[in-house]
Design a binder for this molecule. Structure first.
Ligand SMILES: [Fe+2]
Length: 485
């Protein structure tokens, strides 16, 4: 049982992750190592993640920025400042690992986020948010409590779903998701309310985009889903087993760049209803978008917004758009080329990944692609990281890779683990990077997890913002997984 006071944990928590750099963390391998070392590894991972989360909010120049709702489909950032901390306590209580609440009001107020699917039915409820100082004080207490939990909860190897440490890891990985989420919300802040900190430095390289092209990919069998005893933490509906046959196709060598996307914009892409799905056109009319969200239209041409800067347009960085925009671009390109261009399915993307035998996050000394914050807190040129003939075939099992995770999409259906084949509904606030494929088979998106943006892949698009709630078939997991934001 964990004490809510966390008295035993008094120390300088900001020093424990010295051997684990904030920008080069590794998720926990669940079936290797002795319990004593594993406990300390998880403690360091927790503190590194907690500090990274707080460093992100330090980019806000004034407290009033915490209360602006710059992303209308999300709460203001004060919610997320409290949410990632309250999540730990709420899950420890659900798992019956403690009975002590620290602040019942906060743990209710910060429990549930806004449903970003409801862009046409926004929650305008009034919230009596606490001050930033109050929430930061709450966060410090939670940090001590969780530290005490990590130090004292029983730990046996391997760590599985029934382990108390599963709850701890859930809290850590959930927090890393929200580092991504909040970074994109910060990216919508008025520029005078943010400051560029060294920890979040952006890629310095930009220039003209390389010529993209479609390269052949032989078909093959793809296995999706992971076994219950997988060596890495997973969200509930990542599990299961599903096999697909992927047919021969061609895939773009690189992600679609800003430069490659520009002719679509200049060709009136955002004014031509015939290029959009019904849902997509509804979004265009709602948002009045005329170009990607982070492009800045100036009299001298487009500029570009990163999290804390406005810079010259990096034409060779991947364009960041939502799923509906990516689909419209594919339709435009298909019309223009006469080829069956579309977004890849998750199976197709995994197949491309499988063909290149790329190690996973705990196994690489340094990320072979722009993920996990190991290179920059921004995109980078589309041809910077090569994998054979292709570029950027990278996935990551874990988040914390602010705006650099590849591929992901979301569903809002309550589907059992092994039924991966449901159509995808994508929150409009999510921004992605994407590549295209050329294949005559019908487009169908396979989606398994609200958190698929953490671990990998789908539909050739990479989200810049988090997902939303998906229920699980497992009752226990449903309880523990019920947080969102
Ligand atoms: Fe959340």
């Amino acid at each position: 049982m964990v004490s809510a006071t966390g008295k035993s944990a008094r120390r300088d928590p900001y020093r424990v992750y010295r051997i684990m750099e904030l920008r080069n963390t590794r998720t926990t391998v669940l079936n290797q190592g002795d319990p004593v070392a594993k406990r300390e590894e998880i403690r360091q991972y927790f503190h590194a993640t907690y500090t990274l989360d707080e460093q992100l909010y330090d980019t806000l120049a004034e407290d009033r920025a915490f209360y602006l709702r710059v992303e209308p489909l999300r709460h203001p950032l004060i919610f997320y400042l409290g949410h990632t901390a309250a999540f730990y306590i709420n899950k420890l209580i659900v798992a019956k690992l403690t009975t002590d609440r620290i602040n019942p009001r906060y743990e209710s107020m910060f429990a549930v986020g806004v449903d970003e699917m409801s862009w046409d039915d926004l929650n305008e409820a009034h919230y009596d948010w606490p001050t930033v100082a109050e929430v930061k004080a709450y966060r410090r207490t939670v940090r001590d409590v969780v530290d005490a939990a990590i130090r004292t909860l029983p730990l046996t190897m391997p760590i599985g779903w029934e382990s108390p440490f599963w709850v701890i890891l859930m809290g850590i990985e959930h927090q890393r998701i929200h580092i991504e989420t909040s970074s994109v919300i910060i990216r919508r802040m008025p520029i005078d309310l943010v400051r560029q900190l060294p920890l979040w430095e952006i890629c310095p390289d930009a220039g003209a985009a390389p010529q993209n092209e479609l390269l052949p990919v032989p078909g093959g069998r793809v296995v999706l889903g992971k076994p219950r005893d997988h060596r890495l933490y997973g969200w509930d509906n990542e599990y299961g087993h599903q096999e697909y046959d992927v047919w021969d196709m061609a895939a773009s060598r690189c992600l679609v760049s800003n430069q490659e996307y520009l002719p679509f914009v200049e060709d009136g892409g955002y004014q031509r209803q015939e290029l959009w799905t019904t849902e997509g056109w509804n979004w265009v009319e709602y948002s009045q978008a005329r170009h990607p969200l982070f492009w800045i239209d100036t009299p001298d041409g487009y500029r570009f917004r990163t999290m804390a800067r406005e810079i010259d347009m990096p034409w060779n960085w991947p364009v960041e758009v939502n799923y509906l925009e990516a689909k419209a671009f594919c339709n435009w390109l298909a019309l223009r080329t006469g080829q069956p261009i579309r977004l890849p399915t998750e199976a197709e993307w995994y197949h491309l990944h499988d063909l290149h035998q790329i190690p996973d996050q705990p196994d690489w000394p340094r990320a072979p692609g722009n993920v996990n914050l190991e290179h920059w807190a921004s995109s980078c040129p589309v041809d910077r990281f090569r994998f054979g003939d292709f570029c950027d075939i990278i996935r990551s099992r874990r988040s914390g890779e602010t705006i650099r995770i590849r591929f992901g999409a979301y569903d809002q259906n309550n589907k059992p683990y092994n039924d991966f084949q449901y159509d995808v509904v994508v929150p409009y606030s999510i921004q992605y990077r994407f590549c295209v494929v050329c294949a005559s088979s019908g487009e169908r998106l396979y989606c398994r997890s609200k958190y698929s943006h953490i671990r990998s892949a789908m539909a050739g698009i990479s989200p810049l913002l988090g997902g939303y709630k998906v229920s699980s078939r497992s009752k226990r997991m449903k309880l523990i997984m019920s947080g969102r934001g």
